[in-house]
Design a protein around this ligand. Sequence first.
Ligand SMILES: *Cc1c(COP(=O)(O)O)cnc(C)c1O
Length: 428
Amino acid sequence: MQYQRSSTLFKQAKKVIPGGVNSPVRAFNAVGGTPIFLTHAKGAYLYDEDQNRYIDFIASWGPMILGHAHPKVVAAIQARAEKGTSYGIPTALETEIAERALSMVPYMDQIRFVNSGTEACMSAVRLARGFTGRDKIIKFAGCYHGHADAFLIQAGSGAITFGSPNSPGVTAGTAKDTLLAAYNNLEHVNEIFRANPEQIAAIIVEPVAGNMGCILPQVGFLEGLRSLCDAHGAILIFDEVMTGFRLAQGGAQECLGVRADLVTYGKVIGGGLPVGAFAARKEIMDFLAPLGPVYQAGTLSGNPLAMTAGLTMLNLLHAHPETYTSLADKTALLHREMIPLLEEKGLPYQINRLGSMMSLHFTDTPVVDFETAAKGNNDYFKKYFHGMLKFGVYLPPSAFESYFLNDAISQKDLEHTLEAFSETIKAL
Ligand SMILES: *Cc1c(COP(=O)(O)O)cnc(C)c1O
């Protein structure tokens, strides 16, 4: 494959955009090489500036669950754009998408729309703090909740982990209110509660982690977080920005049968336009401005263009629940067929999968948290990523990201992917 034009465009971009990209993972830092620049995408395929075509396994990191440029979503966006794209004044559309979203997810009474997953998580934490009157939150190492200051925290030293900033610009004052626990480690969470009595406002967790590869909650983990929150009067926040409307209509809450108090959404809910949202029962949402004291706002929040894209996407998923079985079957097929090829080559590997999320780590150790995810062999991963790319298969360009299947991927695409996989693995 040729990447000449992409390479030229990347050089040009680097002059005017830091690192040439508007979000770091796109720069291929984890895998090396030059990021491809796209001209367009349709269905399961990405098309780049050098006339290469790729089967897409990231779906814009989740949103394009039905494939790119879905005709119904495109038509709805086009029709809506004619009528103006933002007013800063309410529309009936906002109520319609709120009703549709709430009809699909369990336990939630009200929802507020914002413009990104970051905004949703940041607002949810503020609301949980306002509601409980407490300052501290617990987050898990390796879980991503967007780039708000409170989440850019790494493990500090000491037995009970106080967070320390993992990005310059995050103050020590902010970091001290984020306590870090290991994913799937209930005892650790319990210790943190004991060490900070009546101080924990909320636990925020990816109910299925998708930002350190795909990591499933072990049996009893989410249930345990639920009980600890109940016992200590803390709010359980599920960050379903990735899993919401992807693992099931009702996301992880439905799929895994655990109730959260506050849930954040993003990605699929915007149908490919910038949308985030957070939902909770009425008692909690009543704390938000203009009804309550917790301030939260947005000029472009609920704008008719984004709401139209999101509503059309949710309506399609609502009308076609079989999408979820189809996606899970396709992902399971990949998983199943990859195993003998990895075994034959004798490579260390772990494949984690739930529904249409999956990841492959090159390690013998089961991947259950950030520490074990970090054990993956990154040299293998880099070669694997570039090998697949040469065969026209676009995987997430980092071992710490999950694959997201889209339902436009056909049986034939899967066969091609497995052929590419077979050749690539043999050559590792
Ligand atoms: C992507 C993601 C976010 C951040 O969403 P943005 O729209 O990128 O701000 C937050 N939480 C999770 C779980 C995500 O996967």
